[in-house]
Design a protein around this ligand. Structure first.
Ligand code: DGY
Length: 328
């Protein structure tokens, strides 16, 4: 099928150079608003398109997939996480799903460190004091935080992003521990000087900081639930730049309020924008609006990955970033 004839619907506004290239290569319908596409509009798009370009704000579930037109053959997601797409059902219906791994690794790891530093060094409290204009000057015991050097970092999920966090943490002098479905091979583990724990519980009892870097799947939902969070020391800090659903947000909030945990740095939330309001009241908690990968560079490179996946598919080959249900 000639590439030009492939009909593409893009559900969200993307950076201008990405949209321009999509329009050059395909018969592309763009959206001129930055709103999330409604379910009805999504259903309609899935009726007529050959390729749907989604992002994490589109829920592509089994009922929507059941109504998809026969033409729909690829969902090229603009983003790495695919927990908003029912990949198994898509596969059963002969619809491929691709994502954009790799290009947001370093930026997400940077944000993980920023959240860790901000929570441990009480930066929001310092900023609030400066912004309120009520800084009374230096004092030996004002706003004392915790040093990163020498602390035990427990990384939950040692994929690309977890490894990028580990590299940074080593540079900060932290001791790196990790839990992952599979142990890394020596060639990766040794340079990171990382200690593997097949027991997540064990790792949590040792950690000063926990960083969530695993994807959200049915098996990671509430992996850090109330029981496991209680294994952490009261001085521990929890950082999450992956997906909110991995942590029981209400349990985390209760423990932070009770002083059973020292702080948290969160970029993602269990109920999307519906952040537990009590989290916002806590000075020890740093909240970011899902912006760990929000760099101009990453957004353009994500667009490049989407285009490569689409073009490869259009040329009759397997998209390089194909997501298969067994990966999840
Ligand atoms: C992703 O790509 O899944 C990220 O969460 C977007 O920021």
């Amino acid at each position: 099928m000639p590439t030009k004839r492939l009909s593409v619907v893009v559900t969200r506004r993307l950076p201008a150079p990405v949209e321009a290239r999509l329009s050059e290569l395909f018969d592309t319908t763009l959206t001129d608003s930055d709103d999330v596409m409604s379910r009805d509009a999504l259903a309609q798009a899935m009726q007529g398109a050959d390729i749907l370009v989604t992002s994490l704000t589109d829920t592509v579930d089994a009922p929507l997939l059941a109504g998809a037109g026969d033409r729909l053959k690829l969902i090229a997601n603009y983003g790495a996480g695919v927990d908003h797409i029912d990949v198994a059902t898509a596969r059963q219906r002969g619809i491929l799903v691709s994502n954009t791994p790799g290009v947001l690794t370093e930026d997400t790891a940077d944000m993980t460190m920023a959240l860790m530093l901000a929570a441990m060094r009480r930066m929001p409290e310092g900023m609030a004091r400066m912004q309120a204009g009520d800084w009374a000057g230096w004092a030996p015991e004002a706003l004392l935080g915790s040093r990163l050097r020498g602390k035990v970092l427990g990384i939950l999920g040692m994929g690309r992003i977890g490894q990028a966090v580990a590299r940074r943490a080593r540079a900060f002098g932290m001791e790196v521990h990790y839990h992952n479905r599979r142990r890394l091979h020596d060639g990766l583990e040794t340079p990171l000087e990382a200690t593997y724990h097949d027991s997540l519980d064990r790792m949590l009892t040792l950690a000063d900081v926990v960083s969530v870097n695993c994807p959200h799947t049915p098996s990671t939902f509430h992996l850090l639930g109330a029981r496991r969070l209680k294994l952490l020391r009261p001085s521990a800090v929890v950082v999450n730049t992956s997906r909110g659903e991995v942590i029981d947000e209400n349990a985390l909030t209760r423990m932070l309020r009770a002083g059973e945990l020292a702080g948290a740095g969160l970029d993602v939330y269990e109920r999307g924008q519906g952040v537990n309001p009590r989290l916002r009241e806590l000075p020890s908690v740093v909240l970011m609006p899902h912006m760990a990968s929000a760099t101009r560079e990453a957004r353009l490179e994500m667009g490049d990955r989407v285009l490569v996946n689409m073009q490869t598919f259009a040329d009759g080959h397997r998209p390089p970033d194909l997501v298969v249900p067994s990966m999840l």
